[in-house]
Design a protein around this ligand. Structure first.
Ligand code: NAD
Length: 260
């Protein structure tokens, strides 16, 4: 028996990175999946892997910065599965990490749309299909980052945006709790298949910082998306976490504990 048997789960940003590994884990735990990303070929590859694990999958090309595309994705999910049990707001698009005075309002707008606006809107679109279910009810998981709190140079835009996710999570936990919807945030730490390419876009200072930051934790190793982070997302999606809401969960080998 899987931990997510029969649950209809939406995960954003599944072409690569953590989202892809979350989708694979969810498939292995019996979820019915609605996944999206902009890169169609890569998304289809995630779909193929999940189907091999026995999951029914809707793979929907969607730029989550665009309101109409978010609406179309949720509509297609309802058309295929009839309901929603879990929403994972995972996708993000980090603009280059630069000193504060070098960051632009365009950077702020890009991250606002892909995170603040998209996470908020997906919660609004999905909640009506999630409310008042019996038993453990439904679960929303919003991805944030310890960058929101630790004041790392270069993260002014990312930190501003990700800090808002914590506020959204806490507020929705209180507002949606009476409707039997739990809302939690996760702060992951792991090295994804996009990290090398992403780091090459960053300034030298950030590249140097990253060499040690990924394994600055009590376990002294770099986190793996599939083995280390995805099981914690499964837990938050599953009925096992039914007594948790409004939490900011560190899934980073304890790096916050060491560096905070
Ligand atoms: N990896 C880490 O260590 C880490 C640390 C802290 C926080 N996070 C957070 O975890 C989440 C996942 O991070 P990741 O490392 O896998 O990121 P990533 O950049 O590797 O992958 C992001 C995924 O989102 C998709 N995506 C980006 N913009 C999109 C858009 N406009 N529409 C649809 N899909 C889009 C990408 O195609 C990709 O599949 C993010 O919210 C990130 O901020 C990650």
């Amino acid at each position: 028996m899987g931990k997510l048997d029969g649950k209809v789960c939406i995960i954003t940003g599944c072409a690569s990175g953590l989202g892809k590994q979350e989708a694979i884990r969810f498939a292995e735990e019996g979820a019915k999946l609605a996944i999206c990303s902009r890169t169609v070929a890569k998304l289809e590859e995630t779909k193929r892997i999940c189907e091999e694990r026995g999951a029914e999958v809707l793979a929907f090309p969607c730029d989550i910065q665009v309101r109409e595309q978010r609406e179309a994705f949720v509509e297609a999910t309802i058309e295929k599965f009839g309901t929603i049990d879990v929403l994972v707001n995972n996708a993000h698009n980090v603009t280059p990490l630069l000193p504060f005075l070098a960051k632009s309002l365009d950077d702020l707008e890009i991250e606002y749309k892909v995170c603040t606006e998209a996470y908020f809107h997906f919660c609004q679109l999905c909640a009506p299909y999630m409310m008042d279910k019996p038993g453990a009810g439904c679960s929303i998981i919003n991805f944030t980052s310890k960058a929101a709190f630790e004041g790392t140079p270069g993260h002014s835009v990312y930190a501003t945006i990700k800090a808002g996710v914590g506020g959204l999570t806490r507020t929705l936990a209180r507002e949606l709790g009476p409707l039997n919807i739990r809302v939690n945030s996760i702060m992951p730490g792991s090295y994804t298949d996009n990290c090398d390419a992403g780091l090459k876009l960053q300034i030298e200072e950030i590249q140097e910082w990253a060499k040690t930051a990924f394994k600055a934790n009590p376990l002294e190793r770099i986190g793996d998306p599939y083995n280390d982070v995805a099981p914690i997302v499964v837990f938050l999606a599953s009925d096992d976490s039914h007594w948790m809401t409004g939490q900011l969960v560190d899934a980073d080998g304890g790096s916050w504990f060491v560096n905070g």
